[in-house]
Design a protein around this ligand. Sequence first.
Ligand code: HGY
Ligand code: MN
Ligand code: MN
Ligand code: MN
Length: 403
Amino acid sequence: MTERSINRQRLRSTIEELGAIGLDPGGGRTRLALDDHEKEGRDTLVRWMRDAGLEVKVDPIGNIFGVLPGDEPGDPVTVGSHIDTVRHAGMFDGCAGVLSGLEILRTVKENALPHRLPLAVAAFTNEEGARFAPDMMGSLVLVGDASLEDMYSRTDDEGKTVEDELRRIGYAGSDRVMPSYYLELHVEQGPFLDLKAVPFGVVDGVQGIAWWHGRFKGQANHAGTTPMDMRHDALLAVSHLHVEMTELAKSIGGRATVGRIGIKPDIINVVPGEVSFTLDMRHPDAHRFAQMKFKAEEAMKNLANRFGLSLEFSKEADVHPVSFDKSLVSMIQSVADEHGLDSTHLWSGAGHDAQILSHAVPSAMIFVPSIGGKSHCPQEDSDFDQIADGADVMLECVLRLAE
Ligand code: HGY
Ligand code: MN
Ligand code: MN
Ligand code: MN
């Protein structure tokens, strides 16, 4: 290990220690944004930041920053990601990036590596959107793409608001930190690097993401007495929507997912009278992305008419495809080459805070392979040495940006 390389064992142990918070009996861990387990994760991260001698700052939407002052004042070169998870998640999604960032700042401080600008490691609030929509909420508020008031009012399935939960866990801060540059290390969460057996991904951009919450309302009725042509079956509309959007996505190289449905009255011998659903649509090309969004809402309306249903829906997220800063992308590429790492370029299928930060500051990402291409499940797995290799590249980039 040289002074310009991170402590691999310490990085591994912090990822494993954070990964043990919120463990599920059936496998994986769950730290939904602002719940008690995520608070425990936040408290642990803040303790580590303080032990490392960083200044801890928390902004009004609960984004946490650990700051290492530079020779001069200024906006910090920032590395980060998120520590909230989906349900039954792996231990690497988000955490690999935050803890690589923490390890980078520890290494800089311990070895007194020179940096004119301040450095920061960030953990953004509610990147996943699994409990409160939209996803990437903390970074959206930071760059001004979402208002604090609107995000504070968002509720979970039990009607609890973001504001109440932030205050309850003690993370409604008043600091304000705006990065000068933003880099994010993340596991790929898809199969591309693993299938190509390439250990390092240089990310060119992130595809667009749109989310809808919707509800079809028809007529609950008797499963035995109601003729098929006299039904107003809300589940039929959701089923058709799922098939139509799947076929559309396949035909134009996008992604479509119906991740949640709620059936009422949800009884074996009753025609579903009301069905709530979510729809997640994605595409890397701006025009195709716009086409998918138009087709999604057109299909919902057509299906409501076709089956004699009422329809209500709201768009909960709408983030355009982004290309990362070209000079940062080429810096990452050349540092990876200097480190002798075999690398390849790719686009991100998953949304990331870097997608949002890139609206305000030069941003870019490093990907580490996901073994078997799995993520958002207990089977998520990555190689700790490959994560450490990525962190070493990010350390070098951070030092060059801050010099
Ligand atoms: O949905 C996403 O792509 C991210 O994991 N929040
Ligand atoms: Mn993530
Ligand atoms: Mn995720
Ligand atoms: Mn991310």
